[in-house]
Write a protein that binds this ligand. Structure first.
Ligand SMILES: *[C@@H]1O[C@H](CO)[C@@H](O)[C@H](O)[C@H]1NC(C)=O
Ligand SMILES: *[C@@H]1O[C@H](CO)[C@@H](O)[C@H](O)[C@H]1NC(C)=O
Ligand SMILES: *[C@@H]1O[C@H](CO)[C@@H](O)[C@H](O)[C@H]1NC(C)=O
Length: 340
């Protein structure tokens, strides 16, 4: 009995040490859908919160409150202006043009759109590294957060939903601000072909960015999404893998495989391998019949603001490949990284 108590108190102490000592207080905000009724299958709904404009908040963790039996995915957008002034609206990436009689249709953000969090398939809580937070409010372009939930099915009459995310935040200044840059392409995938969709951007801002997580996104044809940092040197380019994933697995944020800091004149690059098994060509676009090639990179900066560059897009195939890029790359990785 005594030894049992001892083990329990020992476990308690270990769990306290394991959690680390935070010198600041963390509050939780329950950002949930306000009892919505998904009135058809495959519906995307958005709901906003306005961040108190005169204060600074640092979001340090995201605790999902949803089930994969209800929702395909949830995305959290930071916006300067929300896409609508309604409390709930229909906001599909894959929009059909049909008129919805219950919800108005708009994009998640009207301006200043950036993704800060993504959840799918019962993914666990995402905690940012120590001293890292997404700055929102007074000193940030993020004035609103918009929660997007992609529902699977129409709900039965009278049954409503409040899926969402518990935001863990502090008003204490975090020395490391989090940011996200989205790499992607436009382009066309020919019928019955494997195509590589590639993009690359030289970092021109004088900042040191520390990558820690990435997220792949395609629709049905993607088989692999990979991101790299290209270090230029007189003896040749070094392509350092940031992460690679099969986008048919849950499209959440995964830890990067290399956390080496990225500095000015390094190049961020991403490639999607697409397997077009259809007998017609497929375009990049917003609907379910189109494709997407996206690689999100989440990073932090020390005592600095995140990159002003939030996007890195190329025209994609047949116009753009790494082999034709203005950076004149060498040692381009020619194999596909099936890292999973
Ligand atoms: C989310 O949390 C609320 C209250 O905190 C709870 O009532 C609700 O059932 C939860 N929803 C899901 C899908 O877990
Ligand atoms: C919401 O209302 C504000 C103030 O009336 C207006 O400036 C803004 O354009 C509206 N947003 C949308 C998406 O209509
Ligand atoms: C492309 O898809 C087809 C049909 O599913 C499959 O047989 C083939 O192995 C795939 N190729 C690659 C490279 O993934």
């Amino acid at each position: 009995m005594e030894s049992c108590k001892f083990i329990i108190s020992l476990l308690f102490i270990i769990s306290i040490i394991g959690r680390g000592v935070r010198a600041y207080e963390i509050d939780t905000y329950e950002f949930l859908m306000p009892n919505v009724w998904p009135n058809k299958d495959e519906l995307y709904l958005c709901t906003p919160i306005r961040i108190a404009p005169k204060k600074n908040f640092y979001v340090v963790g995201f605790k999902p409150n949803a089930s994969m039996h209800t929702a395909h995915h949830m995305l959290l957008y930071g916006c300067s202006q929300p896409g609508s002034n309604d409390s709930v609206w229909s906001c599909g990436e894959m929009q059909s043009n049909e008129i919805d009689n219950k919800y108005n249709t708009a994009s998640p953000c009207k301006s200043g759109s950036q993704i800060v969090y993504a959840w799918a398939r019962d993914a666990p809580r995402l905690q940012l590294p120590p001293d890292v937070g997404f700055l929102m409010g007074n000193d940030s372009p993020i004035k609103y957060l918009v929660l997007q939930v992609h529902y699977m099915h129409k709900f039965p009459e009278g049954k409503t939903d409040n899926s969402g995310v518990f935001l863990e935040y502090t008003t204490e200044r975090m020395p490391r601000q989090a940011g996200v840059i989205l790499l992607g392409t436009s382009g066309v995938i020919p019928a019955n072909r494997i195509e590589h969709m590639e993009t690359a951007c030289t970092i021109n801002e004088d900042k040191v960015i520390h990558p820690f997580a990435f997220r792949p996104h395609t629709h049905a044809l993607g088989t692999e999404v990979s991101g790299f940092v290209v270090r230029r040197s007189p003896t040749g380019d070094i392509w350092q893998l940031l992460g690679s994933k099969n986008p048919q697995l849950p499209q959440m944020f995964y830890p990067v495989v290399s956390r080496t800091p990225i500095t000015k004149n390094d190049v961020l690059a991403a490639r999607c391998v697409m397997n077009n098994t259809r007998s017609h060509s497929v375009n990049i676009g917003a609907t379910n019949n189109d494709e997407m090639c996206n690689f999100y990179l989440m990073y932090w900066v020390q005592d600095d603001t995140p990159l002003t560059q939030k996007y890195c897009f190329s025209p994609g195939p047949p116009y753009y490949y790494w082999s034709r890029a203005p950076q004149n790359f060498d040692r381009i990785p020619d194999r596909d990284f099936n890292v999973l």
